[in-house]
Design a binder for this molecule. Sequence first.
Ligand SMILES: [Zn+2]
Length: 214
Amino acid sequence: MVGAPGAGKGTQATLLAERLGLPHVASGDLFRENIKHETPLGRRAREYVDSGALVPDELTIELIADRLGRPDANEGAILDGFPRTRPQAEALDKMLARMGGRVAAALYIDVDREELVHRLSGRWICSVSPTHVYHEVARPPKVAGVCDIDGAALMQRDDDKPETIRARLHKQLPPMFEVVDYYSERGVLSTIDGDRPVAEVTDQLLHAVTSPAK
Ligand SMILES: [Zn+2]
């Protein structure tokens, strides 16, 4: 699965995994699981995570290979959160080839950049109780700018402001487009319109998996 933050990749990966009976392998979850169970790979990953550093690609690839080697992934898996760069995509292909597998389909959930900004920047928090959280799209308050629970004013954190989100996407999107191009060159890319309702996106994804792009 390929998509920008806010494109609904995680949600769709979960739905797709259920419908196809395949495990949903999210790289972030793999780190957490292995660290929690103190596996040898998890102990190595912990050093990076604890120091706030990025886990190196080689180690992430090892973690994914380890996960794909489990029996429930015999028929395949839905990979989510990796690869995020072209070198990672190349490394993934090499690893899969060693295991006798391949990327059968790269599913790109395409969402308009300003729609991403809208989705990601829609979070508003109660100025009195920060646990009262709203979202312009997903969970709007009854009256705009006012907390349903206590009537206090709603405010936006800097991290959730459109200009912050725009700057973040400006950095995150170019490497993702390289991944999209990489799979397009290999003839396995399907582009799905992620501006559609969730159920429609799921249907399109299922269709793309069962009749992969040529
Ligand atoms: Zn409140």
